[in-house]
Design a protein around this ligand. Sequence first.
Ligand code: ADP
Ligand code: MG
Length: 553
Amino acid sequence: MQKGTIRVQTENIFPIIKKFLYSDHDIFLRELISNAVDATQKLKTLSSIGEAKGELGELRIDIKLDAEKKTITISDRGVGMTAEEVEKYINQVAFSGAEEFVKKYKGQNENNIIGKFGLGFYSAFMVSDKVEIFTKSFREGATAVRWECDGSPEYTIEDTEKADRGTDIVLYINEESKEFLESARVEAVLRRFCRFLPVPIFFEPKAGEEKKEDSPAPAQINNTQPAWTRKPSELTPEDYQNFYKELYPYHEAPLFWIHVNVDYPFNLTGILYFPKIKQSYEIQKDKIQLYSNQVFVTDEVKDIVPEFLMLLHGVIDSPDIPLNVSRSYLQGDPNVKKINNHITKKVADKLEEIFNKDRASFEDKWDSLGLFVKYGMMTDDKFQEKANKFHIFETASSTASEKKFYTLEELRLATETLQKNKDGKLVILYTTDPVQQDAYIKTAEAKGYIVVKLDTMVDAAFLNQMEQKWSDVHFNRVDADIADNLIDKQENTASVLSKDDEGKLKDLFNIQPANLHVTVEVKGLSVEAPPVVATRPEFMRRMKDMAAMQGPM
Ligand code: ADP
Ligand code: MG
């Protein structure tokens, strides 16, 4: 038997890193700035335990774009590196200094550190012909070093002069990536990835030009203390509203929000907002954003967050969300699954809490909440179990000024045995169009039935699904064959017609296809009721509606 070690040829791995590590070239900025943030956070940690001496000075990160020289420079005032450290951390691909630091200083704010894989730095070569590092360690008496590499496995390293502690990374942007020499493009990327990073970041385009006397100071592009990183007890409702505006400037104020704050068994913070949702499905442009330690990961949360939660807005931040690479990777990640379950539970708990504490306000917001709750009930069994307690039906006769709602349980109690069918199921009478079906509603209500509104886009699917989940419930549209579906409590309670009339009318209408059951209302119990209305069975109507929704065959 022979044993061996698989050797990795760097010549082979470089093109792979450059091409395939990240499908999205924008992220080189995220990676290099994350490293600058890490270097800064490390310095703070080392200073707090006395390993770094002296004043730290202003800790900031500067991004400078020089379109003429075709360079982007990322500068930090963090720990810097000695020549040995450059050798160890930069020259060894996939050796993560971040991971090493976290292990060594366990318990000292290790959650601040973003890096993990030891690959991020090399994303610089996706957009650069050449990369230079100028760095000076925080250690007393350290010599500054300059490292240079053109993306081949060869590099040079030498001593150099550098006044300040910290690191400058200079990227010589390659021809294919010249879009990154446009300040608007760079700024857009910075705003996307760095908006909430914990160290102040300044962007200065065209720093290479002669500095004019009155040229404005570079602008800070990030908010280092976004609301979700602060303690809920420190925040006023206004703070939450303002943060929402910061995230979604074009949206109406949210209905309410949940501040998520967990540190066991995983780390998770965030603020989820319930937006105002119109009754129609709008294309959701504003989405939940995923962050990892304040670093933007993605807003493509489909398949990562349960579908119904995608209707929410806000931010979720967890160091356990891998800063990585592709969405399919995130999908399979067990932490992502746990986070999902937790959020679902949180959302359900919050809704239940509002429902119990302030039902009036809950009902008030039902127009927006309803869509979300129903969608959740259809797609997530755990959510549905909880939501049974706070899902409410609005009655058909509700007016804008006077609304009346029932939970399923309340509906059961209110109708007692009156709205039961032969199988003992609760029959929920509903309307899809309170105006058109007004006559039927009035008739049914006159008989003491309760009619509820199921008139939104989601309702046709909702009632079909719920009939399966609530095994003792049957939905029946108010203009369908109520007579057949309700037991005759008293004579003629359920049927609009006397048996006699019904018989006559059936004869009259026997030109109808044999399988189409027809009852006819002749008496016009309410004034507005049309004199003759043919109704068709619930099942038939649903089939037809569904066919209509699918369009012509
Ligand atoms: P990771 O951040 O996942 O550890 P990277 O490839 O991004 O991997 O970086 C490798 C290592 O290089 C870092 O862990 C760190 O030790 C070092 N490094 C990179 N950039 C800087 C910087 N700006 N200041 C100090 N050290 C840095
Ligand atoms: Mg990194």
